[in-house]
Write a protein that binds this ligand. Structure first.
Ligand SMILES: [Zn+2]
Length: 469
């Protein structure tokens, strides 16, 4: 009996251990990004009124100066057919960089009486009667980082003439603050006007009021100026500069403003997408306190002794749908091949897991969702197997040590890792100073044998055995 209980205990412990390591059904972490959970309006009534006055005045002034674009003067033709006003900048490695938090609210009642063009509730209103008048497109994932790095561009949805422009405003708003936004306003040939709001300070096109822009032309970077809880574009459209009619560019059963779509290719209401598939050296910091820039801990180079964090960032996740996941070894075999079911419908969501790997070489992390597959490559090397030690005349002392290990080297030491006898990295140090790392305090390390891996400014390395007394 005693033997049986012990065996059972061992089996339970083994299944816990391997359950975690081998069949990673549950993500370690992640969650929903709820953009503008507080439902702050993008503009106050006063702000909207003064913008409308400014636009009318500017158009009158351009007309007086005979600078109002000819095609606009006649206000002929049918409404433009928009392209999507957001694009990722050159060199951005994410698969996509945006999601939608809210459309135009077609339900004039309030509060919380919501109807978007598709008869859903992906919109908002406020207690004092504001019904959202535009589409809010926010950056995702790593919303502030994308803004900092100018990764998400606002482009002209249609040809037109700039009739107003405002730049120079603070662009890291986190709340309703009555701030003025940075914006560009474009009038199209049929007289309709598009508002592009919340832009990043100093990012606006150098073109001036009166200049024309062509469809797809750069207008600015998505920012968080004005009343805003984070980087997003507020895109608002009117039929004319007298604002007789607000336009919801999305065609749908519950659009009571216009019957036809103003999009050349209207995107689906549920537009599921894998925005990014990444690897990290530790769990990414996705939701720091606004407006702190997120830390990705992105890494594509790992030592076999390190834990590897894998992430997937989704747009328009649908509840109870499968997310298929594969971690593929350099030889094409699967280390892991599993699937999870999503729990929640959300405009943005992410997951992460962490694993240890068992082979060196070029690995692939593959995510499949709603018919789309996105892969990400990462490299695994084995530091302890490196025969060529290129850091000459480098030593440590004392060894064995009790608390502090000193490093004696002709080279500047930039990185140091402590690896245990199982090959696992237990501590990492990095120092980008003029002198580099000269000493390490290892007083918290348990007693025993370790390896210390030192790295110089280039790729030179040295591994030394050390003993903690
Ligand atoms: Zn808005």
């Amino acid at each position: 009996m005693k033997l049986k209980i012990t065996t059972l205990l061992i089996l339970v412990l083994l299944s816990v251990y391997f359950g975690y390591a081998q069949t990673p059904n549950s993500p370690v972490g992640g969650g929903e990004f709820v953009f503008n959970a507080e439902k702050y309006p993008c503009l106050t009534d006063d702000q909207r009124t003064s913008i409308k006055e400014e636009l009318k005045n500017n158009v009158d002034e351009l007309q007086l100066q005979n600078k109002l674009a000819t095609s606009i003067k006649g206000r002929r033709g049918s409404h433009p057919l928009f392209i999507w006003p957001i694009q990722k900048a050159n060199g951005v490695t994410f698969n996509d960089v945006w999601s939608i938090s809210g459309y135009v609210d077609h339900n004039v009642n309030f509060p919380d009486q919501l109807t978007d063009f598709n008869c859903g509730t992906q919109t908002y209103d406020t207690n004092d009667g504001y019904n959202h008048q535009g589409v809010d497109i926010y950056t995702w994932p790593f919303t502030w980082k994308l803004m900092d790095e100018n990764s998400v561009e606002i482009i002209a949805a249609a040809d037109g003439q700039i009739i107003a422009k405002n730049d120079g405003e603070f662009d890291r708003s986190c709340s309703f603050n009555n701030n003025v936004w940075n914006a560009i306003y474009v009038q199209h040939a049929d007289g309709s006007v598009a508002w592009y709001g919340h832009m990043k300070n100093g990012s606006l096109s150098t073109k001036n009021i009166g200049d024309t822009v062509t469809q797809g032309e750069y207008l600015g970077i998505v920012g968080s100026s004005g009343n805003s809880t984070g980087p997003h574009l507020h895109f608002e459209v009117y039929t004319d500069v007298s604002y007789t009619q607000l336009v919801d560019p999305f065609a749908g059963t519950c659009n009571n403003m216009n019957t036809d779509s103003w999009w050349a290719n209207q995107i689906p209401y549920t537009n599921s997408n894998i925005n990014a598939v990444m690897t990290h050296s530790q769990a990414p910091d996705v939701f720091p306190t606004c407006p702190t820039t997120e830390t990705t801990y992105e890494s594509n180079e790992f030592d076999i002794s390190e834990d590897i964090y894998l992430s997937a960032f989704l747009r328009d996740q649908i509840a109870d749908t499968p997310l298929a996941l594969k971690v593929i070894r350099p030889d094409g075999s699967y280390l892991y091949d599993w699937s999870i079911n999503t729990t929640t419908t959300a405009s943005s969501w992410y997951y992460y897991w962490f694993f240890s790997v068992d082979a060196v070489g070029a690995w692939t992390w593959e995510v499949t969702y709603e018919g789309q597959t996105v892969t990400h490559n990462f490299n695994v090397t084995n530091a302890l197997s490196v025969e060529d030690e290129t850091l000459e005349n480098t030593s440590i002392y004392p060894n064995p040590f009790t608390d502090v290990v000193n490093i004696n080297s002709k080279n500047k030491i930039m990185k140091a890792s402590i690896i245990n006898v199982l090959g696992k990295t237990v501590l990492k140090f990095e120092e980008n100073t003029i002198v580099g790392i000269k000493a390490l305090n290892l007083s918290h390390l348990s007693k025993g044998m370790y390896f210390i891996r030192l790295e110089g400014t280039n790729i030179e390395t040295k591994i030394i055995k050390l003993i903690k007394k």
